[in-house]
Write a protein that binds this ligand. Sequence first.
Ligand SMILES: O=c1[nH]cc([C@@H]2O[C@H](COP(=O)(O)O)[C@@H](O)[C@H]2O)c(=O)[nH]1
Ligand SMILES: [Mg+2]
Length: 230
Amino acid sequence: MDNKISHVIFDVDGLILDTEKLYTLILEEMLEKYNKKFTWDLKLKQMGKQEQEAAKVAIDELNLPITVEEYLKHMHEGQSRLFPKAELLPGAEKLIRHLHKHKIPIAVATGSNSYSYALKRQNHGELFDLFHHEVLASSDPEVHKGKPAPDVFLVAAKRFKNPPQDNKQVLVFEDAPNGVQSALAAGMKCVWIPDSNVSKSDWEQPLKGVNLILNSLQEFAPEEFGLPPF
Ligand SMILES: O=c1[nH]cc([C@@H]2O[C@H](COP(=O)(O)O)[C@@H](O)[C@H]2O)c(=O)[nH]1
Ligand SMILES: [Mg+2]
C-alpha cells in the first residue's frame, strides 16, 4: 500500500464531537410519545445520512404516524437544547491541531445541515476554524446524495486550495458504516472508529477495504500513513 497521505478529511458526529448520543436521546424522547423503541439497527441506517433521508428511514422502519417535516421539527427542538453542549471526543483536538500545525490540508465532510452544524460547533469555533473548509451534505447544493454515496467526500476533496492529485492520497476518519462506505467509494483511504455498540464482525464484509480500525482517535499514529509523527 502506498501510505503517503497528502490531505485529511474528518467526519464530525461520533468522530470529533460526541453528538451521536445526543441524536439518540432526542429520538428516544420522540419515540416514547408513539410507544416505539429505539434500536441500534435503525441508528446505523441513519448515521451519516442527509437529515431528510435519516428522517424517512426512521418513519418507515418504525411506522411513525408523522411527516418528515414533523420529525425534523422535533429533532431541531431537541438539538437546539442539547447540541450547544456537545463535547469533543478523546484524541480529536490533539490530532486536528497537530495536522494544522504541520500544514497538512484538513477539511470536514458531514451529513449535517447548516442549522444543526452551527449549534454543534458553537462552543468549539476556534478549533473548527482550523479546517480549510467544511462541507455539509444536507445543505450543500453540490452534494446530491448523502453518505454512503461518495459525493460529500468528492466535493470536500476538490475544495482544497491545492486539491489532491489522487484520492488515494486522502485519508478519511469516520465512525459510521455509511461514512466508511462513502469514503471508500470516493477512492480514499479510511480509518474507522466504530461506536462500541457496533459489532465489527457484522461489518467486516460490507466494509472490506477499510484501512484501519481503531477504538479511539487517541490510538492513531500519523506516521503509519506517511504523516508527521506526534
Ligand atoms: O442518530 C442519528 N445519527 C445521525 C443522523 C444523521 O447523520 C448525520 C451525521 O453524520 P456525520 O457523522 O456524517 O456527520 C446527522 O447530521 C444526521 O443527518 C441521524 O439522523 N440520526
Ligand atoms: Mg459520524
